[in-house]
Design a protein around this ligand. Sequence first.
Ligand SMILES: C[S@@+](CC[C@H](N)C(=O)[O-])C[C@H]1O[C@@H](n2cnc3c(N)ncnc32)[C@H](O)[C@@H]1O
Length: 239
Amino acid sequence: MSRGDGKRQSAPAGHLPALHLPVLYTQVMEGLQVKEDGTYLDGTFGRGGHARGVLQRLGPGGRLLLRDKDPDAIAHAEQMFAGDARVAIRRGSFASMAQWDETAAGLDGVLLDLGVSSPQLDVAERGFSFGKDGPLDMRMDPESGESAAEWIARAEEREIADVLWTYGEEKQSRRIARAIVARRATQPFTRTADLASVIASVMPRGDKIHPATRSFQAIRIHINRELADLELGLDAALA
Ligand SMILES: C[S@@+](CC[C@H](N)C(=O)[O-])C[C@H]1O[C@@H](n2cnc3c(N)ncnc32)[C@H](O)[C@@H]1O
């Protein structure tokens, strides 16, 4: 479900600038079957690659509702589309889409492109990346909820292991949780590179991916309540 590091597919020439190529662009447009006068919700705006495709297919009577948890994504949405009368923009989780009055009359389609965006991974300060050192944060909405550093500082060893196993399928979950708890007793974790290196230090060699990949994915999913949001969002979209 996650990524932003998944395989990106070239959009058809003339549909999108080379700048941003969202995942499964052609399949998403085929699946949405945008009607000229329809109303659609893009619940995960990101940098708007899919939203732009929907807008190209909507007529003047159509409507596109844009949502994202991330204030940077919403700032981009406003910059790109605030002048378009067909567009409404509101920050927040897609889990609460039903509370947005614009959805009350029903929707013709909902797009949820789950996980992290490339900019979230690329900007070290957002604290999602084991490859780029930054503050250990990982919140898509940095103004809400607990950061990864706060959670790692207080969670019990068992809870950390469960999160790594459940959301990352990390076979070394117990060993990693033990190492985290031992290390934090002397020095709290505040940086992504520090956490990645402690995880790497207890992992067996030979993995093709970075040894912290599954753990970082798991902690991110936990911190952002991604599966709980998805359940609520799917129920709301169907309703
Ligand atoms: C993979 S990116 C979406 C990329 C987008 N489709 C595009 O074309 O640029 C995922 C985005 O979803 C947002 N996101 C993840 N979970 C969310 C949720 N529960 N509610 C709202 N936005 C969410 C993230 O902040 C991120 O910007």
